[in-house]
Ligand binder design. Structure first.
Ligand SMILES: [Zn+2]
Length: 82
């Protein structure tokens, strides 16, 4: 196995590591492998950007809409439009 094969892994493995990295820090080697893969793979760069955007939007949505929000006015409004 040459050095490039040892450093590179599949896009599936790269995206798995990207998601794993959000919860737990990766080892130095895995982090370097992921960075190398993303530097060379436009598909995974796009995935990383889109995943970050989705996370940002979900976080924003959760903070502006607390679960305890009173929805009775919204419910009445919807019923009135039916
Ligand atoms: Zn890739």
């Amino acid at each position: 196995m040459n050095i490039m094969n040892a450093m590179m892994f599949s896009c599936m493995k790269a995206t798995e590591l990207m998601e794993l990295k959000k919860g737990t820090p990766l080892s130095f080697i895995k982090n370097m492998q992921l960075r190398l893969h993303v530097a060379l793979c436009s598909g995974c760069r796009n995935y990383m950007k889109q995943s970050a955007l989705i996370d940002k939007l979900l976080d924003k949505d959760n903070s502006s809409t607390p679960l305890t929000e009173d929805t009775s006015k919204l419910e009445a409004s919807i019923i009135a439009r039916l």
